[in-house]
Design a protein around this ligand. Structure first.
Ligand SMILES: [Zn+2]
Length: 86
């Protein structure tokens, strides 16, 4: 994966968290990984930790919760790594 810099102006650090938002719901999420689509901002560790959401908005930190959840069940006897080799 290509390293993405923190979206904060002047910050040279590498992004380790991804912020997505929904204006209508006034909701902000933090993720471990970039989302496949949609507006998002990469934030470094420091800026993600100091994130302030606007008044009236709520923040949901999903980091950690996502990494333990496989996207799809792995069938017994099939090794996903072998598919990458071909
Ligand atoms: Zn930063």
């Amino acid at each position: 994966m290509v390293a993405i810099s923190c979206a904060r102006p002047g910050c040279p650090n590498r992004a380790v968290a991804w912020l997505t938002y929904d204006y209508g719901a006034r909701q902000v999420w933090l993720h471990d990984r970039p989302e496949p689509a949609g507006d998002q901002w990469g934030l470094c560790q420091g800026h993600a930790g100091r994130l302030r959401v606007p008044k009236g908005w709520s923040e949901l930190d999903r980091r950690g919760a996502e990494s333990d959840t496989p996207a799809a069940p792995v069938r017994p006897g099939s090794n996903p790594a072998t598919k990458l080799a071909g």
